[in-house]
Design a protein around this ligand. Structure first.
Ligand code: MN
Length: 248
């Protein structure tokens, strides 16, 4: 049976008459191409978010707005971007709930930042002004194109999936992880030291990446392998849960 993969979304206002759910099509096309059923999760009240996660075998926390610094105890920096605190609240509860339910989690771009903040970490609010000698992390090239390297930690899940110690990635972020939550391990870094990937300690697939594999998989087999590995973990963990133990 194909696993159901929840994908968090944001709100957009198209015009005076149209306002609602938005998620880049690359996410749900990637899930579908790798054998999953994508289910777009709207921005809701936290309790609704948990009930929606009950319907999913795994969740992708997608990209989007900056995380409101109030959630990691900071004041807004001059170059902080647009915020959507309602989404932050739901996703912070969502991260905890997915981990508690032992469901696989893939956090992408804003997602890795939400994952870190939810677990007690902090963020750089604007790399160009807060991180001396940072690379160009807001690339001018098209979204699917790789622009910088990421070095992967030994024995990390990502190194296992990619079969390499370093990979080329795209880069569309002006924020990054600062203090890393105690329960996360840094498993990917750029050459300037900026954190590009983290993994949660434990047997369940819980991976955050700062780049956008969903926009690379179509032309990059390594990024397709990452999407496939995630969808497959969701499938296997859902099947394991459906196997009801026989009571003695
Ligand atoms: Mn980057």
């Amino acid at each position: 049976m194909k696993p159901v993969i929840g994908i968090t979304s944001t709100l957009v206002k198209l015009n005076e008459f149209s306002e609602g759910v938005y998620v880049h099509q690359d996410y749900y096309r990637g899930v579908e191409a790798c054998g999953g059923f994508p289910l777009i999760l709207p921005t809701t009240e936290p309790e609704t978010c948990k009930r929606l996660i009950d319907l999913c075998d795994g969740v992708i926390f997608s990209g989007g707005e900056d995380v409101d610094p109030q959630f990691y105890g900071a004041e807004p920096h001059q170059h902080l971007g647009p915020l959507l605190p309602k989404r932050d609240k739901a996703e912070i509860v969502g991260v905890h709930y997915v981990i508690e339910q032992q469901k696989p989690l893939l956090a992408i771009c804003r997602g890795i930042q939400v994952l870190n903040v939810a677990l007690g970490g902090t963020l750089y609010q604007d790399l160009p002004s807060e991180y001396p000698n940072a690379l160009q992390h807001s690339q001018k090239s098209a979204r699917p194109l790789d622009t910088h390297w990421v070095d992967l930690a030994e024995d990390s899940r990502l190194q296992g999936i990619f079969g390499h110690n370093r990979v080329r990635v795209n880069s569309l972020h002006h924020q990054a992880l600062k203090d890393v939550a105690d329960t996360l391990r840094v498993t990917g870094t750029a050459s300037d030291g900026v954190i590009e990937a983290v993994e949660y300690a434990g047997p369940i697939f819980t991976v955050g990446v700062q780049w956008h594999p969903e926009s690379m998989w179509e032309r990059d087999p390594l990024m397709k392998a990452l999407f496939y590995a995630f969808v497959n973990e969701c499938k296997e963990s859902a099947e394991a849960k459906r196997t009801v133990p026989v009571s003695i």
